[in-house]
Design a protein around this ligand. Structure first.
Ligand code: COA
Length: 260
């Protein structure tokens, strides 16, 4: 069966989720969103998946955001429900306990860029563009864009992007901190995979607790954040992996972490 999302292993613990509607620039139709939600829930249940990459099929688009053809057929209530669905699916992605990496192989517009913003790290093709184009469509970013973009790049640059609705090229995206890495299209996925494999060699519990400490700490003041960090650190103390790390150091070998 042809599906709107594909999940495949690139390495033992590194998986690639592909948005798969290439003839519609991987726009987020309700069918794609239903599948994406189920796939994310499945990923959360599978301990062998330690790092998740997300990309778009084809070489033109990462995702063109909301499906504007579907949207044109909707009444006002349906539009609101559709926006909430995109938002809750991206929140599910953001709150996955494992590290996530957006591999922006092509245009990331509207909800497409909001999806990348819900990931931990962004890799972008040097030939791609990214933008929150919503105000040009007489709406606003509704799946977290007005909240996650200013937190990532600062309010001034976020307002410039959202008010102008203008997409930015990869070099600009990198310069303003919208993406962390830029590679030529032919190297993009392999570079992202290598980076993901390097992450996956580290201890799963440590990665999850680091993500939790950073995410939850960003939503609070420093004093409360330091307490969150401490309680996340505590979770790593009784793990077998922590002892394995110490033993590997002593024995001058690479650690073999089991997530225990
Ligand atoms: N929803 C539904 N279909 C979309 C879409 C969207 N958001 N974006 C693109 N498509 C469709 C096009 O209509 C076209 O289908 P068609 O062949 O039946 O006409 C197909 O995807 C390919 O798009 P096309 O514009 O021909 O390809 P391109 O490579 O020249 O441009 C984009 C790709 C993504 C840059 C361009 O389509 C675009 O700007 N889309 C709108 C993105 C947007 O503003 N999204 C914000 C939503 S809030």
């Amino acid at each position: 069966m042809d599906t709107f999302t594909k999940l495949e292993a690139l390495d033992t613990h590194v998986y690639l989720l592909t948005l798969n509607r290439p003839s519609s620039a991987n726009a987020l139709s309700s069918g794609l969103l239903d599948e994406l939600e189920e796939t994310l829930k499945d990923i959360q249940r599978r301990p062998e998946i330690r790092v998740l990459l997300i990309t778009g099929s084809g070489n033109k688009a990462f995702s063109a955001g909301a499906d504007l053809k579907e949207r044109a057929e909707m009444g006002e209530k349906e539009v609101l429900a559709a926006v909430e669905k995109i938002g809750s699916t991206f929140r599910l992605l953001e709150t996955l306990s494992i590290p996530t990496i957006a591999v922006m192989n092509g245009a990331a517009y509207g909800g497409g860029l909001e999806l990348a913003l819900a990931c931990d790290i962004r890799f972008m093709s040097s030939s791609a563009k990214a933008g929150l184009t919503e105000t040009s469509l007489a709406i606003i970013p509704g799946a977290g864009g007005t909240q996650r973009l200013p937190r990532l790049i600062g309010p001034g640059k976020a307002k410039a992007m959202i008010y102008s609705a203008k997409p930015v090229e990869a070099d600009k995206a990198h310069a303003i901190g919208l993406v962390e890495y830029v590679y030529e299209p032919q190297f993009l996925l392999s570079e992202a995979k290598d980076f993901a494999c390097a992450i996956a060699r580290n201890a799963p519990t440590a990665l999850k607790q680091a993500k939790k400490a950073i995410q939850e700490g960003l939503d609070t003041d420093l004093e409360a954040g330091l307490k969150i960090e401490h309680s996340c650190y505590e979770v790593t103390i009784p793990t077998k992996d922590r002892l394995e790390g110490l033993n590997a150091f002593k024995e001058k070998r690479k650690p073999d972490y089991k997530g225990e």
